[in-house]
Write a protein that binds this ligand. Structure first.
Ligand code: HEC
Length: 183
């Protein structure tokens, strides 16, 4: 029985570590990791590998371009940036795929997808619903959103910083994005 409980606990522990988490930057979009010469972005999906005190080791998986081995993207079309590194080799690359393992503070991780994306989402639902109902993000591809947003941002009179947040949100939740708003 004792063995069984130990095994079960170990199993539950593994499951909790496997669950999807997200980078969370409370104010802003970028999370610069000083010692590790890396920038992550709020909302990046990550896998938690290990936890030790206030430090969490996470893994990000994605795609890299042939000509730039310092950037990791979420999708093959290289339109949604997950991480920018300053040193070749931090992203482990096999063909067009890349994996990055980094340590972040516990407070920079959340299991709540909405929380991780709330800045971009709030801006979108606030600034982009003044003249029409909220357009359904999932109805357009990342590529379409580039063009649509390009013409709408002038109407919304948003700042550059706000634009970056809204655009990340639109790309992540687009038809060919990585997340679904209903999740
Ligand atoms: C000043 C008014 C105004 C604001 C603010 C505004 N829009 Fe629009 N938008 C329009 C008008 C007018 C149309 C054309 C009629 C329609 O589709 O409702 C339109 C159309 C659209 C369409 C449909 C285009 C198509 O071809 O199907 C999308 C998508 C869109 N807007 C997204 C946005 C986003 C994202 C924002 C925020 C950055 C935004 N809009 C802010 C006025 C606005």
């Amino acid at each position: 029985m004792k063995l069984f409980i130990t095994a079960l606990t170990a199993c539950l522990f593994m499951v909790s570590l496997q669950a999807k988490s997200y980078i969370y930057v409370e104010k802003g979009i970028k999370l610069p990791l000083k010692n590790q010469k890396t920038i992550l972005y709020s909302g990046d999906p990550v896998k938690v590998i290990s936890k030790k005190g206030d430090v969490v080791k996470v893994k990000l998986s994605g795609y890299v371009s042939k000509d730039d081995k310092l950037k990791l993207f979420a999708t093959k079309n290289l339109k949604l940036l997950l991480a920018t590194t300053k040193k070749i080799g931090l992203i482990k690359i096999v063909k067009n795929r890349g994996v990055l393992e980094v340590e972040v503070q516990k407070k920079s991780i959340t299991d709540d997808m909405d929380e991780a994306w709330e800045e971009g989402s709030d801006l979108f639902y606030d600034r982009c619903t003044k003249c029409h109902h909220a357009k359904i993000v999932e109805h357009h591809s990342m590529q379409d959103w580039n063009a649509l947003f390009g013409s709408m941002k002038y109407k919304a009179k948003t700042t550059k910083k706000q634009n970056a947040k809204i655009l990340r949100f639109l790309r992540a939740f687009a038809k060919d994005g990585i997340l679904k708003e209903s999740d």
